[in-house]
Design a protein around this ligand. Structure first.
Ligand code: PMV
Length: 326
């Protein structure tokens, strides 16, 4: 039926991070980024209905009516008006979302949520766009959401154009390319983060001395990472993943005033992963942290139990994710 659609999207976990915009309005990144879109356990399901009798847009998240006038929510929902204009729709929208994981805890819940919103809104508006075209609308809500519209291993290309038409997500390899890959999540703290990534990255660009250096080598690191994934070279993949996570957190720390998302447990886990790898004599586990203290450990199916055991010493709660097929 035209005017209503329900769609799902899952979170992605970046191995080359997006941290910094070249355009705040269009959400255009300073650098390209890479991630794997993860499985159903970190999923958002969203229904969008354009209804004639509705006086105002309504957004319900996990059964709670959200205030669309609140600045952060209004900014993230801008894609709704853009899609409505493009599809020449006048009706207001009723949006109902179910998020099956803690929001704003460094889990990139915004990525799944805003990707699901873009996919469902476009479908309800009867606009049939490709995944890469859809990513442009998801990006308006949240940069990392652009990667969640596609499955498997995804690159969000920074693009060069001022209008952002070439800043799109592209699938580099499907989930079937590396079926043994797993991500074990350790929930270190499920609370809301102290500083939003949007505000944090702006502050980094304005004040960090290290950030320009990061921009000089990051596109090269992306090319190395793509080669490692295509070759399924876990040694290379693991080293780049861990170093890249630390690199992003280094520029966060170099921001003034400093931004610190990692806590003592996160740091203990970093040491524990290196100890595990050193006992093995090779990299079998690779941590990465987003804008929060929770750890995402990439590993392969045969080593999941060892990683879980190691993590359980620090946290009881861990989830094991697979790469999502879409
Ligand atoms: O999508 P945003 O605006 O919440 O940015 C999130 C950026 C990181 O999660 C820290 C890194 C990334 O590339 O996902």
């Amino acid at each position: 039926m035209k005017g209503i659609a329900t769609c799902e999207a899952t979170a992605n976990i970046a191995v080359i991070k997006y941290w910094g915009k070249r355009d705040d309005e269009l959400i255009l990144p300073k650098n390209s980024s890479l991630s794997f879109t993860m499985d159903e356990q970190l999923k958002t399901r969203t229904t969008v209905m354009f209804l004639q009798d509705l006086k105002e847009d309504e957004f319900w998240l996990n059964g709670k009516k959200m205030d669309l006038k609140e600045k952060e929510i209004a900014e993230r929902m801008k894609q709704l008006d853009i899609i409505r204009k493009r599809a020449e729709i006048n009706e207001k929208a009723l949006i109902v979302s179910i998020n099956c994981f803690p929001t704003a805890a460094g889990f990139a819940s915004s990525a799944a949520g805003l990707a699901a919103l873009a996919i469902a809104t476009l479908k309800a508006a009867d606009l049939n766009l490709s995944g890469s075209e859809t990513s442009i609308f998801a990006r308006i809500g949240s940069g990392s959401a652009s990667r969640s519209v596609l499955g498997g291993f995804v690159e969000w290309r920074k693009g060069e154009k001022d209008d952002g038409s070439d800043s799109i997500a592209v699938q580099i390899a499907p989930a079937s390319h590396w079926p043994e890959l797993r991500n074990v999540i350790g929930i270190v703290d499920a609370g809301k983060k102290k500083i939003s990534s949007r505000a944090g990255m702006k502050q980094t660009i304005a004040t960090s001395f290290l950030y320009p250096a990061r921009m000089q080598y990051i596109e090269k690191v992306i090319e190395e990472m793509k080669k490692a994934v295509i070759a399924k070279d876990f040694q290379k993949f693991g080293e780049i993943t861990m170093r890249e996570s630390s690199d992003m957190h280094a520029v966060m720390l170099d921001t003034w005033p400093p931004i610190m998302y990692l806590n003592n447990i996160s740091r203990e886990i970093i040491y524990a992963v290196h100890e595990l790898n050193s006992i093995e004599g090779k990299i079998i586990a690779a941590y990465t942290f987003d804008a929060g203290p929770n750890v995402h450990i990439y590993t392969t199916a045969e080593n999941v139990a060892r990683v879980q055991k190691m993590l359980q010493e620090y946290r009881k709660c861990c989830k094991v994710l697979k790469v999502f097929k879409r």
